[in-house]
Design a protein around this ligand. Structure first.
Ligand code: PMT
Length: 221
């Protein structure tokens, strides 16, 4: 049994990819399976936390002891997360949120007509950035999925989105990133690298990440 280092803490985890609808039968999404976020939620519950898991559509069972809040689009996820901000002590954003969504959701199935079709996309709100602006005592952990210049891009996201920690994820590395059961990450705070975790199970990455976060959280008054 794990130690109860998150006893009494309210933990909000986001997981999976969002889906951005084009018409009644089509949508845009990404390769996130939800495994990383679900592993974090499950391990946090084992460490004694009260866990809310805000998740895009996945094929995974709800982890033991977690409350699932299913969402589809980035806008849904934003609403689910921001409405629970004040009731969270630790927020971990492992979800792969779509940066853009179709400008309009066509009410009817788009008909095949011309030889080319242009889809107009508009920017989604950055949920993590909004949390960074609104947060009070909450401890906020972001993720950064990168295919190049991992450290530089991760540190830039940490600053811009005002996170306490950021988990740099080189998704082009063998055994790391989307879909598989393993991951390898580099965890940063404002001062630079905190810890590098070589390829290991997403469950083990989740445990170590939660230990690092728990040790840095303010004790409850
Ligand atoms: O789900 P798996 O298959 O297990 O894969 C795990 C993972 C690769 C998805 C995960 O480890 C990971 O890296 N998640 C972050 C993916 C991502 O979208 O990264 P990003 O660099 O685009 O976004 C940076 C951070 O901002 C993330 O915490 C993201 O949740 C957040 N964000 C991004 C865009 C947006 N509109 N709102 C956000 O909150």
């Amino acid at each position: 049994a794990g130690s109860a280092i998150l006893q009494g803490k309210r933990v909000l985890v986001t997981a999976g990819g969002t889906i951005e609808r084009i018409d009644p039968v089509r949508y845009i999404t990404n390769d996130s399976s939800g495994k990383m976020g679900y592993a974090i939620a499950e391990e946090a519950a084992r460490m004694g936390a009260q866990v809310t898991l805000v998740s895009g559509p996945t094929a995974l069972p709800v982890p033991k002891g977690c409350q699932l809040v299913p969402v589809k689009s980035a806008l849904d996820m934003r609403e689910a997360v921001l409405s629970r901000l004040d009731a969270s002590d630790l927020i971990i954003k492992a979800a792969a949120v779509a940066d853009y969504r179709p400008a309009v959701i066509e009410p009817q199935k788009i008909k095949k007509k011309s030889d080319s079709l242009t889809l107009e996309l508009v920017k989604n709100p950055d949920i993590l950035q909004e949390i960074g602006t609104l947060k009070k005592e909450q401890f906020v952990v972001g993720f950064a999925a990168e295919t190049e210049k991992l450290d530089e891009h991760a540190l830039d996201k940490l600053q811009r989105k005002n996170c306490d920690l950021i988990v740099g994820n080189d998704v082009s590395q063998e055994g790391a990133g989307f879909s598989g059961d393993t991951n390898a990450v580099r965890i940063f705070d404002r001062n630079g690298l905190v810890e590098a975790l070589p390829v290991q199970s997403k469950q083990a990455v989740a445990r170590r990440l939660l230990e690092i976060a728990a040790a840095r959280m303010k004790p409850k008054r």
